[in-house]
Design a binder for this molecule. Structure first.
Ligand SMILES: Cc1cc2nc3c(=O)[nH]c(=O)nc-3n(C[C@H](O)[C@H](O)[C@H](O)COP(=O)(O)OP(=O)(O)OC[C@H]3O[C@@H](n4cnc5c(N)ncnc54)[C@H](O)[C@@H]3O)c2cc1C
Length: 499
């Protein structure tokens, strides 16, 4: 198969890029489950941008840098925020109907923001964005979509990318492309407790490393403070916008504990809130109080403003206007990834990356809430101006491994190892880290898992999706642990405790 643009992934970054690229050539989107299976489809809160006349571009930049512990690439931050309003307007032009009042966008607030600047669609902003983008790509004659197609390996020679090997319909296929785009999202599934969907297994970072890309800031994993405390996988998120509308965190003694802890109180940056909840949980459960008594909001308001969350909680007998919501932190977002420039270039010719898989530098050591949909959108809007067709000939002599059956012994063992990786990462690379344990226990354990996987694949001559995903998780997990071990002092969402 040949195409001009091979896009791997169908979240906001892949789909948005595909729509731009379709104006220049043939686009093929491959995605490992169905089109809508993505973190994008799970995003609740919204997308941050300078949209209000009383807001200030400089304040959004300041909030992003402050939350990112000034570890950010300021040039990338300024670039993203300068393009933020245009990016939201692009979504509106494509058909996304953000909440409005008297013809004006209604804006909400989340942690770390000093202004109401988040455009939203109820509490299902991502679902609506994904729905519109999917509709657009499906109607575009220049775009072909292959679902249930797993990107196994990028095809590269001499620091040039020629496409990818994929597993589709139980066969390994080769797709040659002038430009290959990695838009595979995050890594939440590396952790036992996460808000991320099952697709978030770090494949893109693993593909990038194998192709020779550089990675950066992998130790900065953001833990969302308020996932619903209930054994469902992934954990259901209670959006920060619930706190944006006045809800407060309360401990088992009935104290609103964030009041005295930070000037932004319950809307302090996520790392601070997540750590405080984690420490409060040692003395008992922590809840979110969205009751009418606490927020002043009626049942009707809460039902209309948070329809998805309201319905979900009601299934567990929790009424937002009356009852406390049990919450707990969960792995949510990776701030680092494949290093890219402002145009998604990776340093490997004809290979680009967008969205959560990248490290553009905008998030620094901690992502400001609702800046990720923005980053994915702004960066995947820019690239097309710089695209050129490849003139290099593809190397078609590519060895393919043999495919293992889904019920093979190797697959079953890989599934067990997946659970071990998740447990290990939660234990050692979680909210509070101890470097000595990362070095002495976690890294050697992960290396052992990698050796076992290598043996299972018989020196990478056997494979299938489960085995490769597990290998990717272990590989990326090891890099996260190594990066966490290298960073001696706490910074942003990397918090170390001496023992
Ligand atoms: C519960 C939740 C709530 C969130 N809320 C917000 C919010 O309110 N605001 C905000 O800004 N951000 C939010 N985020 C973060 C944001 O949703 C993500 O960072 C963003 O959607 C990532 O987009 P993406 O295009 O990079 O990746 P994704 O949307 O995750 O898409 C990745 C795609 O790649 C595919 N893929 C992965 N590996 C392979 C492979 N090997 N082969 C083929 N295909 C592959 C996947 O199937 C998927 O289609 C939230 C995230 C979660 C989980």
């Amino acid at each position: 198969m040949r195409t001009n643009f091979l896009v791997i992934g169908s979240g906001i970054s892949g789909l948005n890029f595909a729509l731009h690229a379709a104006k220049k050539g043939r686009v093929l989107i491959v995605t490992k489950k169905k089109l809508i299976d993505s973190s994008t489809n799970y995003a609740q809160g919204g997308i941050a941008a300078v949209l209000d006349k009383t807001d200030d571009f400089k304040q959004h930049v300041k909030d992003t840098l402050e939350t990112g512990a000034y570890h950010n690439n300021k040039k990338a931050v300024v670039f993203m925020i300068k393009n933020s309003a245009a990016a939201v307007h692009r979504l509106m032009d494509l058909g996304v109907e953000f909440a409005k009042e008297n013809g004006q966008l209604k804006l909400t607030q989340e942690g770390g923001h000093h202004h109401r600047r988040i455009a939203y669609v109820g509490d299902y902003t991502g679902k609506e964005i994904e729905r519109i983008l999917v509709k657009r790509v499906k109607n575009n004659k220049n775009i072909t979509i292959i679902e249930d197609a797993f990107a196994l390996k990028l095809i590269t020679t001499n620091k040039t990318c020629f496409g990818a090997q994929i597993i589709h319909k139980n066969k390994i296929q080769i797709i040659l492309a002038d430009q290959t785009i990695v838009a595979t999202g995050g890594i939440g599934q590396l952790f036992e407790y996460t808000t991320n969907p099952p697709i978030s297994t770090g494949d893109g970072i693993a593909l990038g490393i194998e192709a020779g890309c550089k990675t950066k800031d992998l130790e900065f994993i953001q833990f969302h403070p308020t996932a619903l405390e209930k054994n469902i996988y992934p954990r259901f998120l209670i959006s920060e916008t619930v706190r944006g509308e006045g809800a407060k965190l309360i401990n088992s003694k009935g104290e609103y504990f964030m009041e005295k802890l930070h000037p932004l109180k319950d809307l302090a940056p996520r790392d601070i809130v997540a750590r405080e909840i984690y420490s409060q949980m040692k003395n008992g459960p922590v809840f979110l109080d969205s009751s009418t008594k606490c927020t002043g909001h009626t049942k009707k308001f809460l039902q209309n403003r948070f329809p998805q969350i309201y319905k979900h909680l009601l299934k567990d007998g929790i009424k937002m206007e009356k009852n406390l919501i049990p919450v707990t932190p969960a792995a949510h977002y990776i701030c680092g990834g494949i290093v890219t420039d402002l145009h998604g270039r990776t340093g490997i010719k004809n290979l680009f990356a967008f969205g959560e898989v990248t490290c553009t530098g905008v998030h620094g050591a901690n992502r400001l809430a609702s800046n990720s949909l923005l980053e994915a959108l702004v960066f995947s809007n820019q690239i097309i101006k710089k695209l050129k067709k490849s003139v290099t000939k593809a190397d078609t002599k590519i060895k393919s491994p043999k495919l293992l059956a889904k019920n093979s012994r190797q697959t079953k063992t890989a599934l067990i190892l997946k659970q071990e990786i998740k447990h290990l990462m939660w234990q050692y690379a979680g909210i509070i880290r101890k470097r000595s344990l990362i070095k002495q226990e976690a890294i050697p354990q992960m290396q052992k898992i990698i050796t076992k996987l290598f043996q299972l694949s018989q020196n990478k001559t056997l494979t299938n999706q489960t085995l490769t995903e597990t290998e990717n998780m272990a590989k990326v997990g090891l890099l996260i642990l190594q990066a966490a071990n290298k960073r001696k002092k706490s910074l942003g969402c990397h918090f170390v405790q001496a023992i």
